[in-house]
Design a protein around this ligand. Structure first.
Ligand code: ATP
Ligand code: MG
Ligand code: MG
Length: 550
């Protein structure tokens, strides 16, 4: 259903268009290629691409690759894949590094105007000189260098004549500003590192604050949307744009970043989980990355729906992961084919079923979607059910199988347990049962009530498979609440992954990687990328039980 009220950015853009302040809305999604995208980025993607679409404008994908130290082409590739997978197409693909020469020219322009200087203080001296919230900064002894001297020194910095840390280029703004970002911020530092695109062309690299507004101005971005922690940087964003001749005047707006319960969202931590081998990779199904969610079985539409549900606000908050799961579950309930998969199999022999008799039973593929049709299940004398569906001594309220009890086998017959065969250790190895041969389809001829319904596979055609069950990666809902003496890794959930043997119905042997199903009574599962016809492998996408309370 369409939302009735506009969020604050939609209101701003609507007004800008009405007042003629904006002719065409131009936004950008500007990831730094230093990691894989996560669900927080999805919020920013949906917002930036969504606004452009909604207002008939355009959105660029821009790699904010101004720091050579952490950036890699693998990330450049994965980010494009993930944005496309989410269902968005950028107007243009841009790299901030393509603008290095222009940034440099603007730095020279600032020097010529007496608004930037080369500071030869040490990094420690510069840090100390910046002051604090309660104490103004102090002027650098190099602040009054002449324009000529600054031009000469910056040129020598650029040609590689100085070592890393020997000097930096700073803006000359206001060392007494209550906003620390305006106390002569660093514009350029020396980094003798190869850049993933420009190689060794440069040995000075611009700082994020200096570069970002210029990137927007070059691309004609009208609304530069970023997260709240950049609010205090906005005066600086504007200052740079006001003091050099830029081709357009973008404006910055801030929104609240997404925090999701029971997970971490910083690329630094996600990278650490990968490099320490705590997860199998960036696309481990427990990761909050787009590639992890994809491998887990999430659909692009469920992620977009989630981003629409959480909305856009100016106050930080924690969103429950159950809401994300709820969005997916609702979709898969409508679309996923129902299948039977028996975890931890337990053999059942139907003593009164003739040895050679095999029944072909119709089974609907999705009760929510008659168009999904049906399949045929073979039923015979030897079957498997789950170990968890049998109890020697059933507790109150247990309606599954136990000695003397009758249950329904889904799409099939009513069976009664006559005897549980055990091994020397007392483990149940097999159930001897009888079947009501007149109960085909699952109804008793005399109308007697049978409460429990179990899923099953036939022994002869059950396909051995592996099923991976997942739980939260962390045990703490909000890692912001963690004990300050501990590390976030102390809160890893040791039970976040459980691998189980299973027997699945034959239709699942052909599951293509990425294909999603509902396993009856368990939840939604997705065939893993490593799944093969010989050995199917399924990931738990989301359980059936919806714990999301509206
Ligand atoms: P990290 O702090 O984890 O390194 P980042 O913000 O530095 O993340 P970028 O690659 O710079 O990562 O992010 C690209 C865009 O995605 C930015 O505009 C940023 O504001 C946005 N973004 C990042 N994380 C979130 C989040 N949790 N919620 C909403 N938007 C986010
Ligand atoms: Mg970052
Ligand atoms: Mg960033």
């Amino acid at each position: 259903a369409p939302r009735k009220s506009l969020h604050f950015l939609e209101e701003i853009i609507t007004r800008d268009l009405e007042e003629g302040k904006t002719r065409e809305v131009v936004t950008r999604f500007p990831p730094e290629p230093n990691g894989y995208l996560h669900i927080g980025h999805a919020k920013s993607i949906c917002l930036n691409f969504g606004l452009a679409e909604q207002f008939g404008g355009r959105c660029n994908l821009r790699f904010d690759d101004t720091n050579p130290a952490k950036e890699e082409t693998e990330y450049v590739r994965s980010i494009q894949e993930d944005v496309r997978w989410l269902g968005f197409q950028w107007a243009e693909l841009r790299y901030a590094s393509d603008y290095f020469a222009q940034f440099h020219a603007w730095a020279v322009e600032l020097i010529r105007k007496g608004l930037a200087y080369v500071d030869s203080s040490s990094p420690e001296e510069i840090r100390a000189g910046r002051g604090t919230l309660t104490r103004p900064g102090s002027l650098s002894p190099y602040r009054d260098r002449s324009v000529e001297e600054n031009l000469d020194l910056f040129g020598r910095m650029t040609r590689g004549e100085f070592d890393e840390g020997a000097c930096v280029l700073r803006a000359k703004i206001d060392m007494a500003s209550p906003n620390l970002n305006l106390r002569d911020p660093v514009l350029y530092r020396i980094l003798k590192r190869s850049h993933h695109r420009t190689g060794d062309t440069w040995c000075v690299y611009p700082m994020y604050d200096f570069a970002h507004g210029f990137e927007d101005a070059i691309e004609g971005v009208t609304h530069s949307i970023c997260t709240l922690e950049f609010q205090d940087h906005r005066p600086l964003y504007d200052w740079f744009l006001e003091h050099v001749s830029v081709p357009s005047r973008p404006r910055q707006f801030e929104f609240a970043r997404l925090n999701l319960s029971y997970t971490v969202m910083s690329k630094r931590r996600l990278l650490e989980l990968v490099t320490l081998g705590i997860v199998s990779g960036w696309d481990d199904p427990r990761m909050p990355t787009i590639s992890g969610l994809r491998r887990r079985g999430y659909t692009p539409s469920s992620i977009r729906r989630f981003c629409a549900e959480i909305g856009v606000a100016r106050a930080d908050s924690m969103v429950e992961i159950e809401l994300l799961q709820h969005c997916l579950r609702e979709e898969l309930n409508r679309t996923a084919l129902r299948r039977m998969a028996v975890l931890r199999p337990l053999k059942v022999v139907l003593e009164n079923w003739p040895e050679d008799r095999v029944d072909e039973l119709p089974a609907e593929n999705n009760p929510e979607d008659p168009g999904a049709g049906s399949r045929t299940l073979a039923f015979g004398r030897e079957l498997y059910i789950e170990q968890d569906d049998f109890r020697m001594d059933p507790p109150k309220g247990f309606f599954r199988l136990s000695p003397g009890r009758e249950v329904r086998l889904k799409h099939a017959y009513l069976i009664t347990c006559r005897e549980a065969v055990t091994d020397e250790a007392g483990q149940v190895t097999e159930l001897r049962c009888t079947v009501d041969l007149d109960s085909r389809g699952g109804d008793a001829p005399d109308g007697r009530k049978v409460k429990g319904t179990l899923h099953w596979v036939r022994a002869q055609d059950g396909v051995p498979a592996t099923v991976r069950l997942y739980d939260h990666l962390f045990t703490l809902r909000d890692l912001g609440d963690m004990d300050p003496d501990k590390d976030y890794k102390d809160y890893l959930n040791p039970a976040s992954l459980t691998e189980l043997p299973a027997l699945v119905e034959p239709a699942l042997a052909q599951a293509a990687p990425g294909e999603r199903f509902q396993f009856l009574r368990h939840g939604y599962f997705c065939a893993d990328g490593d799944s093969t016809g010989e050995h199917p492998l399924f990931n738990l996408t989301v359980s059936l039980k919806d714990s999301w309370a509206k």
